[in-house]
Design a protein around this ligand. Structure first.
Ligand code: NAD
Ligand code: ZN
Ligand code: ZN
Length: 352
């Protein structure tokens, strides 16, 4: 079968012929119906070297996947061939406390796990291929009626990551609060919709692209601002001088972290979700009093189930631009060039 592989660090990605996977005991093979192109893949293709993360290439890209159950390994119960499923992407050991809580992102034995690596598409073979091996049935969540794999794939990361970030800030997202979303791409366009669905807070979106600001307005942003050195002042002005209660930074560059810190309200939250390589000076007088600054990584298995329910009811919907598997390299080129609206999704199989 064809698969989009990262052969080594800082090496061009390529479509390669590889063996079709077969499920061992407790494992499942899915026929891939959608694999999202995440900006993290661009960071790992272009910027990472050995030692940044505990795993290494070669592997098949695509850590944001959905499809249909294709082959069941010995002992797997409760799933049927042809059933549409989403893949929970971070694969932990399954035994540590974090994994038992469903937070496999923060597995405490990641590289001692039965399958060492960050997950499919992150050290292990991902979904930019016709078929994908899922090492344990717990990583599959059945899709609700009406949600197809193309729309579901982005929910597993571009949706789940902002869902987790919004959820942990919910106590501060009161009806009189303001939330700021910086970067309205794959993650941010879901972030705006999730804030709108889960809170009554006012939403300010920030991006450099006019098309992204338009998308934010369509999905529920009250105000959309171009990102420049006046953005923080504009956010303060729009909040009567108080600042934003919650800032979700889906870029993470020096410039956006500076906007977030300057625009945040005292006792607010600044969540750094983007892996843009920036840093922020946090000291007594450099940020508002009692500002909580945190990074967040992906989300939990129960959160993915919640989000799929929400999307199944049509409350949130991923906006997608699709590419056949032959054009997977182009999907990443477009993402890098900033011409994708919402999420670029590679579609290796159009139906079961
Ligand atoms: P994307 O390319 O789809 O979207 C990024 C958006 O940010 C674009 O709309 C772009 O125009 C905008 N942008 C870029 N620079 C900006 C600036 N200075 N000011 C305002 N807007 C700016 O990317 P994505 O796939 O949504 O990923 C976003 C970031 O989140 C990436 O760094 C990615 O690696 C990271 N990420 C983190 C996690 C996590 O768990 N923490 C998960 C997935 C992705
Ligand atoms: Zn990702
Ligand atoms: Zn674990």
């Amino acid at each position: 079968m064809q698969a989009l592989r990262l052969p080594d660090w800082r090496t061009a990605i390529e479509l390669t012929e590889v063996d079709q996977p077969e499920p061992g005991p407790g494992q499942v093979v899915i026929k891939v119906g959608g694999a999202g192109a995440c900006h993290s893949d661009i960071h790992l293709m272009d910027e990472f070297d050995a030692g940044v993360v505990p795993w290494n290439p070669p592997f098949t890209l695509g850590h944001e996947n959905a499809g249909w159950v294709y082959a069941l390994g010995e002992g797997v119960e409760g799933l049927e061939e042809g059933q549409p499923v989403a893949v929970y992407g971070p694969w932990g050991c399954g035994r540590c406390v974090r994994c038992r809580q469903g937070m496999e992102t923060y597995c405490e034995n990641l590289m001692e796990a039965p399958i060492p690596g960050g997950g499919g598409g992150l050290g292990l073979d991902g979904g930019m291929a016709e078929y994908m091996l899922i090492p344990h049935e717990r990583f599959l969540v059945p899709l609700p009626d009406g949600l197809d794999p193309v729309k579901a794939a982005p929910l597993t990361d571009a949706g789940l990551t902002p869902y987790h970030a919004v959820r942990r800030s919910l106590p501060k997202l009161t009806p009189d609060a303001t939330a700021v979303v910086i970067g309205v791409g794959g993650l941010g366009h879901m972030g705006v919709q999730l804030l709108s669905a889960m809170t009554a807070s006012r939403i300010i979106a920030v991006d450099m692209r006019e098309s992204a600001l338009k998308l934010a307005k369509e999905h529920g942003a009250d105000i959309a601002l171009k990102s420049d050195d006046t953005t923080a002042d504009q956010i303060r002005a729009a909040t009567g001088g108080r600042g934003a209660d919650v800032v979700l930074d889906f870029v993470g560059a020096d410039a956006t972290l500076a906007i977030g810190a300057a625009a945040a309200r005292q006792m607010g939250d600044l969540s750094i979700v983007g892996i843009g390589g920036g840093s922020l000076n946090v000291s007594f007088f450099s940020v508002p009093y009692e500002l909580s600054v945190q990074t967040t990584y992906w989300g939990s298995r129960p959160e993915l189930a919640e989000l799929l329910e929400l999307a199944g009811r049509g409350v949130v919907e991923s906006e997608v631009t699709t590419y056949p598997l032959e054009d997977a390299v182009t999907a990443y080129e477009d993402l890098k060039a900033g011409t994708v609206s919402g999420r670029a999704v590679v579609v290796p199989n159009e139906a079961y």
